[in-house]
Design a binder for this molecule. Structure first.
Ligand code: ADP
Ligand code: MG
Length: 690
């Protein structure tokens, strides 16, 4: 960036805006030329001002524009004539204010389009770039960051600034900060891709409230996250007033889960707490990515190491024992009273040399992927020397280090300074440091995820399923009837228990005989949602007379005019699972898998994933539920055929991809056995409009 022009509305806010922007640029050490543009000032902060951009002597790379909305279209036009290609518009008063503002927005966008100008904003905070060769501060907030490796991108300037300020307070530098407000042109995914390419950015931090173009975000995030970590936080989770969904799947997804699923699928690390996100980012900004989850702990005090251990193990890290070689070395070099295990306790009297020996040994020891340092600053040791040794090892960048620094920052300011300048991520609490380390490990796990292509089965009959759906629509229904539901499942070869429909108790008995006893009788009527709740399920009927009697009783209990009888093969007791789906705007479907049956809402042991689901993702879903051990078999009980379930999930995913009209789908239960699995209850509803 060679030159930057700052236009402003002098009449209204001379004292603040114009001077402020120019001052910000100068104070931040901007490396290019600055041309203030102002209709009625000759100079601003000692720099010659121009009446119009067209009068600027040199070429202008970026215009930072802060003028009332109504002047923006003409100013953009002038920029176009000058050959400017990039404009940051801080001003508000556009689409966010209503129709009039939206019209102005449309106007300047058209003009920008004609000249090939890219716009960041409007109604945004702008950009900061700390690159020593640029030093641009095109922003109106107060944080003046030191150069670092963390880049921040967010629509919301407020949150971006909070995050930015938190880094500054931790003494952690940042690289590029972009907050694009109304985002009428340059989007978050586009900025993310740019940061993905930017060599100076090691980690990207983003904050979202909702995603405008979820599919685009997911694509960009997936591409970037494969190269460098993206740490994200989603706010606005609770879905107030979400109407109670008729199916289990809808009811189980109480929160706005779509964004989380996007994060997961794209490999973005998702945070629920901005503090945790900031702490993790600080670690990513300075540390290499570990090659595994094995942590070695060095401490000079007991308790905090215990807290750290709990957090690390809880987050999936392991604390392996020291190798024999490390153990022997430390026995020789540390105090005889030191505890030589993992954690290694060098004792409060432990010296800089003790720390150094331990750290070197753990860097060398193949048993460890990361090193966690607990450092309390006792007055009787040379804490500055300890800090220097930690820094020296840190600068080798062999394995990631985080440090839980327990100190009085005023009294030990030199220690703090040494560690800070040495790029050691320090946290005052052991849990904080441990969570930051766990995030590094988690990113490694994401990166090592098994790549698995989406499998498409050739034996499916999409046309048959589409026809059934079209027929239901033609009758004005959004709820498929039993024949349609099972027809759709059949078209995708999703195995179902044998079934027949009957209009009367007598027909039901005949149907049962054809299927073969024992059977199950179920009420089939539009008004009956959860059949067991209303006496609509009669299990294990072994004879024609039992079927007839159950049907007569059902007819009495459920006085629905459209009542029919769904007769189904009774299956021996298996493991009851749920599979299902729910449409997600702009994304396809969220697929659910978990422990099923009539208590599914009570257990809430389910996981979600977005379509399309690969075999590896399906396996991951199976492993992710609490009850996962039941699938493999426990206490002498046989497990179920996992491969079969993985296949059914993939077939379900294919079905959903082919049939975007489906709103919700519920296969509950899917009865799973050691060899096979069958759907015994299914519901499908369609979107209101095709
Ligand atoms: P709903 O969910 O509408 O109450 P289901 O058809 O799921 O009705 O039946 C309720 C429960 O009955 C199931 O969770 C399962 O335990 C049992 N059940 C249903 N169908 C069968 C079947 N064909 N064989 C064995 N048990 C069944
Ligand atoms: Mg059911």
């Amino acid at each position: 960036m060679k030159a930057l022009a700052a236009a402003n509305d002098l009449q209204r806010r001379e004292s603040c805006w114009s001077h402020c922007f120019v001052k910000n640029l100068i104070d931040f050490g901007f490396k290019g030329s600055i041309y203030p543009i102002n209709p009625s000032a000759d100079e601003i902060r000692g720099i010659k001002a121009y009446k119009s951009i067209l009068e600027c002597p040199g070429p202008v790379d970026v215009v930072h524009m802060v003028i009332p909305a109504k002047f923006v279209p003409q100013a953009v036009e002038d920029c176009g004539r000058k050959g400017v290609k990039h404009i940051i518009i801080n001003s508000g008063g556009f689409g966010e204010t209503g129709a009039e503002g939206a019209a102005i927005e449309k106007d300047f966008l058209e003009r920008a389009g004609r000249y090939g100008i890219r716009i960041l904003g409007p109604n945004c905070q702008g950009v900061i770039n700390t690159d020593p060769g640029i030093r641009a501060y095109c922003n109106f907030t107060f944080t003046k960051p030191d150069p670092g490796f963390i880049s921040i991108v967010a629509l919301s300037g407020g949150v971006a600034e909070v995050v930015h300020q938190a880094f500054a307070q931790m003494g952690v530098g940042t690289r590029i900060y972009a907050s694009n407000g109304n985002a009428v042109d340059v989007t978050i995914p586009e900025i993310m891709r740019y940061l993905g390419e930017d060599e100076g950015t090691r980690v990207i931090v983003t904050y979202v409230e909702g995603l405008r173009d979820p599919a685009n975000f997911m694509q960009a995030a997936a591409a970037v996250a494969a190269k460098k970590p993206i740490l994200a936080m989603k706010a606005g989770r609770t879905r107030e007033g979400a109407k109670a969904a008729a199916s289990h799947t809808g009811g189980l997804a109480k929160e706005d889960i779509a964004t989380d699923l996007i994060f997961k699928k794209a490999g973005v690390l998702s945070f629920r707490d901005e503090g945790h996100l900031i702490q993790a980012a600080a670690a990513f900004g300075s540390q290499p990515i570990p090659k595994g989850n094995r942590v070695g702990i060095i401490t000079n005090t007991g308790g905090p190491a215990v807290i750290a251990t709990d957090v690390l193990v809880g987050a999936g890290c392991t604390l392996p024992p020291l190798s024999d070689k490390t153990r022997a070395l430390l026995k020789e070099k540390l105090y005889p009273e030191a505890s030589i295990g993992n954690p290694v306790d060098v004792l409060a009297t432990g010296t800089a040399q003790h720390y150094r020996v331990c750290m070197d040994a753990m860097m060398e020891d193949e048993s460890f992927d990361c090193v966690f340092v607990n450092f309390v600053t006792p007055f009787f040791v040379d804490n500055e020397s300890i800090a220097r040794e930690i820094v020296a090892v840190n600068q080798q960048r062999r394995k990631p280090i985080v440090c839980n620094l327990m100190t009085d920052k005023q009294q030990w300011s030199e220690v703090v300074r040494i560690l800070r300048e040495g790029g050691v991520p320090c946290f005052p609490l052991p849990g904080e440091a441990a969570r930051a380390m766990a995030a590094l490990v988690q990113y490694h796990a994401i990166r090592s995820r098994e790549a698995s292509p989406i499998q498409l089965f050739a034996d499916v009959k999409p046309e048959k399923a589409k026809k059934l759906i079209a027929e239901a629509r033609a009758t004005g229904r959004t709820q498929l009837d039993a024949a349609e539901v099972y027809g759709v499942l059949d078209a995708y070869k999703i195995p179902v228990a044998k079934w027949r429909l009957a209009a009367s108790p007598a027909e039901a008995a005949q149907a049962a005989a054809k299927i073969g006893f024992p059977v199950v009788l179920k009420a089939d009527a539009a008004s009956v949602v959860h059949k067991s709740d209303t006496g609509g399920v009669a299990l294990n009927l072994a004879s024609a007379s039992a079927v007839k009697a159950a049907a007569a009783e059902m007819k009495r209990a459920i006085a629905a005019p459209d009542l029919r009888f769904f007769v189904q093969k009774f299956l021996p007791t298996g493991l009851e699972l749920i599979m299902g789906a729910k449409a997600e705007e702009g994304l396809g479907h969220a697929v659910v898998f978990g422990l099923g049956g009539i208590y599914v809402e009570v257990m809430q042991d389910v996981v979600f994933n977005l379509t399309p689901v690969s075999a590896a993702e399906a396996r991951e879903m199976l492993d992710a539920i609490q009850a996962a051990p039941l699938l493999s078999g426990v206490r002498g009980k046989k497990g179920v055929n996992r491969d079969r379930l993985v296949e059914i999930l993939q077939r379900l995913s294919q079905l959903l991809t082919d049939l975007p009209q489906i709103q919700e789908m519920d296969l509950n239960p899917v009865m799973a056995f050691a060899d096979k699995a069958f759907v015994v209850d299914a519901r499908i509803s369609l979107k209101e409009s095709a």
